[in-house]
Design a protein around this ligand. Sequence first.
Ligand SMILES: Nc1ncnc2c1ncn2[C@@H]1O[C@H](COP(=O)(O)OP(=O)(O)O)[C@@H](O)[C@H]1O
Ligand SMILES: [Mg+2]
Length: 227
Amino acid sequence: MLVFERVTHRYGMRLALDDVTLEVARGERVAIVGPSGSGKTTLFRLAYAAFDPTAGRVLVGGDDMHTLNGAALRRRRATIAMIFQAHGLVDRLRVWQNVIAGTFGARSTLGALRAVTFPTPGERGDVRAALERVGLADRYADRAYGLSGGQRQRVAIARAVIQEAALVLADEPAASLDAELAHETVRMLLNDARARGATLLCSLHQPELAARFDRIVRLEHGRIVNE
Ligand SMILES: Nc1ncnc2c1ncn2[C@@H]1O[C@H](COP(=O)(O)OP(=O)(O)O)[C@@H](O)[C@H]1O
Ligand SMILES: [Mg+2]
């Protein structure tokens, strides 16, 4: 599903990833652990093709992300969900609007505008189902700014659920959450990936949260030190 083939990445002179080879199978749930600066975020950005690696190849679903043209890259990205820590919600919008934004990658600009203003009954049902999955159906019409940190995290997960993303990339989704919320968030990501057969890559600061993943990959100074 996701393959890093001898990937090296430099920002200018700074080496962020050093000859990383990693293969993640479809449906596999992998924790990426490592200290700050070890290259976790760079790995996620490359999986999303935010930029090209300095050397090596990144393949998603068998496609070399670097060689995809604009339309194909857009289609591919629509199947990838990025979940960040607590950011990424639009405060002045309602919960359902934040969730439906998960489908924007698969829509035209006008289509996205229409969905976020006049959703069809089917789309409203999809949003409700996604919110039910994360236990937030009762906050459907609330504005995002009124939500707690844990609730915001769950809306971000609902957005990945409605996107039906085959690949979920969660970069430190549990950072800055208290221990209980961190566990809850990780549990929800694991359950969602299992329920949908999605592939999950999740970076974590706290190694104790990694235990329930199928596999743990440790990064240090841009290199994988054990698997
Ligand atoms: N935009 C950037 N410009 C220059 N250096 C960067 C940039 N982003 C990250 N780095 C450097 O690359 C290395 C890996 O960073 P990062 O992938 O963010 O690690 P992590 O997410 O594990 O903290 C660090 O040394 C960091 O300082
Ligand atoms: Mg990071």
